[in-house]
Design a protein around this ligand. Structure first.
Ligand SMILES: Cc1cc2nc3c(=O)[nH]c(=O)nc-3n(C[C@H](O)[C@H](O)[C@H](O)COP(=O)(O)O)c2cc1C
Length: 328
């Protein structure tokens, strides 16, 4: 019996989509973001409705060289499955060796290939979005991975390297033809990085051209954007990245202005505690970007804001927020 039918019998629920034989119960997914979507934030977003956990990219070289920095990026709780392990690299054999080690260590449900990272030190060596320029390498990676693992292998792509090389359809088809189980499309080229407006029309083209599920991504910020991208592209699910940092409730289909301060405050406290549990003292510093985003809508007096963002004392932050009355 497949994982899907087994679980359907228990829950009585139908999955929104299948990635290979992995059922996905929901159509909203937190997008992987290096330095942002760590275990505490992934966990919060899952509780609020994100249907899949995707790790920040794991650099194959770090795994081969046994660099300790990648360990924390792999952390997850059992209730955060299904778990997709995202691998970054440009040498198929090395990526395979690294993935084998990680599969034996954490037993992910899905393996995702990063074909979108735009940072210069990644693309300079041919990894991330630079793979868009090397469809043969993408084919080789998927051949090796799908022949080695029984797990679904997926790819997260961009539209191309730049507007003169928009080969998203070619790369998406290569992924499908070489056994890939899903393609996520970020509607920008590498050259655009995160600038300008994401294009959704190419996502529709990919959806129409493939049989495997397609996930749409780029500039989904509100509940109405979720409807709009689904309507205009027909995508099977939606990935949300930056907007989730200021509004993780988007995974419950709630816009930020619809979440009352009491609930925001409770979430801030829980998130802060989880960060300190996970990272120790430096968790508070790592939390500052989230705190800034959580309180942004309230226009706090700049002195108070600065003291909160500079504080090294979680109790100071909590007591100040506890006493705060905000305009909603
Ligand atoms: C800070 C940051 C880090 C990112 N790191 C990753 C990553 O590790 N892997 C990946 O596939 N995409 C990464 N992305 C891209 C996002 O997953 C997503 O495709 C992009 O932000 C567009 O979606 P959005 O408009 O909803 O933010 C990153 C984006 C940002 C802003």
């Amino acid at each position: 019996m497949s994982q899907a039918s087994n679980r359907d019998l228990i829950t009585g629920k139908k999955p929104h989509l299948m990635i290979g034989d992995v059922p996905i119960y929901g159509d909203l997914i937190l997008a992987p973001m290096d330095g942002v979507t760590d275990m505490p934030f992934r966990s919060l977003c899952r509780r609020l409705g994100s249907a899949l956990t995707v790790t920040e990219f794991i650099n194959a070289i770090d795994v081969i060289e046994k660099h300790p920095r990648y360990h924390k990026r792999l952390a997850f709780e059992p209730d955060q499955r299904p778990l997709s392990l995202q691998i970054l690299g440009e040498q198929p054999e090395r990526m395979l060796t690294a993935t084998m080690r990680l599969v034996n260590k954490i037993h992910p449900d899905i393996i995702d290939i990063n074909i979108g990272c735009q940072s210069k030190n990644v693309t300079a060596r041919g990894a991330g979005a630079a793979l868009m320029k090397s469809p043969k390498t993408v084919a080789r990676i998927f051949q090796l991975m799908t022949h080695t693992f029984k797990l679904p292998i997926t790819g997260k792509i961009r539209l191309g390297w730049d507007q003169d090389q928009m080969n998203y359809l070619e790369v998406a088809k290569i992924i499908e033809d070489n056994g890939g189980a899903m393609v996520a499309v970020h509607g920008r080229t590498r050259k655009q990085a995160y600038r300008g407006q994401a294009q959704w029309d190419p996502i529709r083209e990919v959806k129409q051209a493939l049989r495997i599920p397609v996930i749409g991504n780029g500039d989904v910020k509100t509940v109405s954007d979720i409807h709009a991208i689904k309507e205009s592209t027909g995508c099977d699910a939606v990935m949300i990245g930056r907007a989730a940092v200021s509004n993780p409730w988007i995974f419950s289909r709630r816009d930020r202005e619809d979440v009352p301060w009491g609930e925001v405050k409770r979430t801030i406290f829980e998130h802060l505690d989880a960060m300190i549990d996970f990272y120790g003292e430096r968790g508070l510093i790592t939390f500052r970007k989230f705190l800034k985003a959580y309180v942004k809508p309230y226009d706090l007096p700049s002195e108070l804001l600065l003291s909160l963002l500079k504080s090294k004392d979680p109790d100071f932050i909590k007591s100040n927020l506890e006493d705060l009355s905000v305009n909603e």
